[in-house]
Design a protein around this ligand. Structure first.
Ligand code: COA
Length: 243
């Protein structure tokens, strides 16, 4: 078990590798608890524990678990995009009784540190941050959902995140993965989301963010859509129109 860093309340960060099946199972159980509506994406979590997975040719993936005393209290799944100077944050989830004590903020700063290290390993001078997809409160079906997505947005803002001024549709899944079939995701639909950029210190100093690079990175390199895909064209045409 690769254990490295300590955070708030002595919480331990543990790297989940596909080679440790007990840890992978613990991550799957916690993921299902924190994100019950996304249970069907557990094969994605498993794939990410490989670090480099053939279905994710342009990302280096990380899965972390967080342990307080003897209990697993959090999980994070994120990736460095090998072809870019930024990453993609897929999930950060903390069990309800451990929320609101600074753990989420610490996890995000640890993720930024890892992405910086990954970027350096790729020969860059560092990472500028990562992109995450956050539900738009305006799409919430109920008041409860609206409050939840407001909180998620607020959390990202408090961690330095900015909403990018570009329309974004989240695809149901990365294209052509070998561990999940479209049939297994039947009923899921693409969703409009806010694309939130959480910068590293270096990224926060960039005067003009390259939004086209962000769109290409997330759609072409993470989701593996073609450059002609309607989502890509829609986001890019919006950017060109508003220049
Ligand atoms: C969102 C989540 C990761 C935040 O983690 P957390 O440990 O509760 O957050 P922290 O205690 O580190 O708070 C960090 C900042 O966000 C703010 N924040 C945290 N929870 C908040 C809430 N419910 N409403 C408003 N602001 C909130 C805090 O005020 C804090 O800012 P501060 O340091 O200036 O006071 C956690 O609540 C969670 O796992 N929720 C369920 C899953 C989820 O929604 N994940 C995010 C989408 S992938």
């Amino acid at each position: 078990m690769a254990t490295d860093r300590l955070g708030p309340d002595g919480t331990r960060r543990v790297t989940v590798s596909s080679r440790d099946s007990d840890l992978v199972e613990a991550a799957c159980v916690l993921f299902a608890e924190v994100f019950p509506e996304d249970r069907r994406y557990i094969p994605y979590l498993r794939a990410c524990t490989h670090g480099r997975h053939p279905s994710h040719p342009r990302t280096l993936d990380h899965v972390w678990l967080f342990q307080r005393a003897d209990e697993w209290v959090g999980v994070a799944i994120f990736s460095h995009i090998l072809t870019r100077s930024f990453g993609h944050g897929a999930y950060v989830g903390i069990v309800p009784h451990a929320q609101g004590r600074g753990l989420g903020k610490w996890i995000l700063s640890e993720m930024l540190g890892q992405l910086d290290e990954d970027a350096r390993q790729s020969g860059l001078s560092g990472s500028i941050g990562y992109l995450g997809e956050v539900e738009r409160p305006m799409d919430a079906g109920t008041e409860e959902e609206r409050i939840l997505s407001e909180r998620r947005l607020q959390f990202h803002r408090q961690c330095g995140g900015v909403i990018l001024p570009v329309p974004f549709i989240e695809p149901v899944m990365i294209e052509s993965v070998d561990y999940l079939t479209p049939r297994e995701l039947e009923g899921e639909s693409p969703r409009p989301m806010h694309l939130v950029f959480v910068p590293t210190e270096r990224g926060a100093k960039i005067p003009n963010l390259d939004l086209v690079d962000f769109i290409h990175g997330i759609y072409l390199d993470v989701y593996r859509l073609s450059a002609q895909h309607e989502y890509v064209r829609r986001s890019l045409s919006y950017l060109l129109e508003t220049k």
